[in-house]
Design a protein around this ligand. Sequence first.
Ligand code: GCO
Ligand code: CA
Length: 261
Amino acid sequence: MNLFDIKGKVALVTGSTHGLGMSMAHGLGLAGATIVVNGNSSQQKIDDAVAEYKKAGIHAVGYKFDVSNEAAVKTAIQKIEREVGPIDILINNAGIIKRVPLADMDVEEFKQVVNIDLVSPFIVSKHVVKGMMERKAGKIINICSMMSQLGRNTVGAYAAAKGGLVMLTKNMATEWAKHNIQVNGIGPGYFATSQTAPIRVDGHPFNEFIVNRTPAAKWGDPDDLAGAAIFLSSRASDFVNGHILYVDGGILATIGKPSNE
Ligand code: GCO
Ligand code: CA
């Protein structure tokens, strides 16, 4: 008996052509799940990502659609379920960030961030959960952030959206747990990805700040998220509802320390 067995499950991971989405999807794929790869920048990027998954021995199929467009999401989910099979696992990972001080931020920019990072997980979940309800089984994982709990200069819109995503997770869990659908979140700390590349460059004060602020004293390796993703996708988490599993090297456990300690 393997509590963590997800062999043969179908997992849709939004924004899985690169970054943390790709790392988590990779982890689920190596554990035996079929990965539905999603992105919206170009078909080429999806094809390249699918080829990369396949090279690692993962069963992967690609679907390009915009997670913020309800009509496109609805069509894509129907197509995926017809062509690949019922979606057992949904990871709402696709997201964007804009680093602009709030007092200088255009309302349209703010709305764009909330639209992708908060409204879209609602849209995709809404169209995936109906099938899960009929089948009386499902796993939904919303990708939260350190900014679900903490503020930081310039990322106010992102923080507002990621904070909202925690409450969306709890409310999805509240409404759907009785259908044997577990909705939880993963809150990544600071990981070395293209998203953090601009603030991670050697010599950048933020690079040093993060290493000092993190008890584990390093940026996370994206592969470190696979365990949390597998746990929340498998039978091992069948009575875990509305929880956010922070994978952060201890950031949220501490106030930090002076830079000379
Ligand atoms: C930033 C970072 C964060 C991280 C991550 C932290 O500018 O502070 O980009 O927003 O991406 O979400 O958990
Ligand atoms: Ca790695």
